[in-house]
Ligand binder design. Structure first.
Ligand SMILES: [Ca+2]
Length: 172
């Protein structure tokens, strides 16, 4: 069954439309994994906004698991994916696009690869944006926001977008 068909369902008689292209349904949300291009976190954020979305708000452990499973299933493992979590407006205060706070600790944040092993984020003022990568098994890890080589946009469609309307594609 196609992603389009999977997204069509009836809930209490109310029809919920499939995600508009290029979004796919993951965990009942509409996500676009732009796995072919990399760019900075800021450019990725602007790109998602042009697609009537925002960098993904991965705010439950279950959703993180579903996102990681989708990346593995599709083989989108060459690059990491920028998500919305950032501490650009206040060092150490991690927020999503809508200003809500990012939950710290387990099950979201990974562990530093080097000794001593401590939980992320560990980049201080040099690393203010979160990417999920195969290297860290898709747990949150802070990176420099200006890194244009290693991370792709992971966009999430805005909740209030009318899913029956097509989305005009733009260049990253
Ligand atoms: Ca920081």
């Amino acid at each position: 069954m196609s992603h389009q068909l999977q997204g069509i369902k009836d809930t209490c008689g109310e029809r919920v439309s499939a995600c508009p292209i290029p979004y796919v349904t993951v965990g009942e949300r509409c996500l676009f994994f732009n796995a072919l291009e990399t760019s900075s976190w800021q450019n990725s954020r602007a790109y998602c906004e042009q697609l009537h979305g925002h960098l993904a708000k991965v705010d439950t452990g279950n959703f993180l698991q579903q996102v990681a499973a989708y990346i593995r299933q599709e083989g989108f493992t060459n690059f990491g994916f920028w998500i919305g979590a950032n501490d650009l407006t206040g060092e150490g205060v991690w927020r999503w696009h809508d200003g809500s706070r990012v939950t710290m600790g387990t099950p979201f944040w990974g562990h530093r690869a080097q000794e001593p092993v401590v939980q992320e984020p560990t980049g201080g003022t040099a690393e203010n944006c979160v990417s999920i990568t195969l290297k860290y098994l898709y747990y949150f890890h802070d990176y420099g926001c200006d890194d244009t080589e290693r991370h792709s946009p992971l966009c999430e469609l805005d909740d209030n977008y009318d899913r029956s309307k097509p989305i005009k594609m733009v260049r990253n």
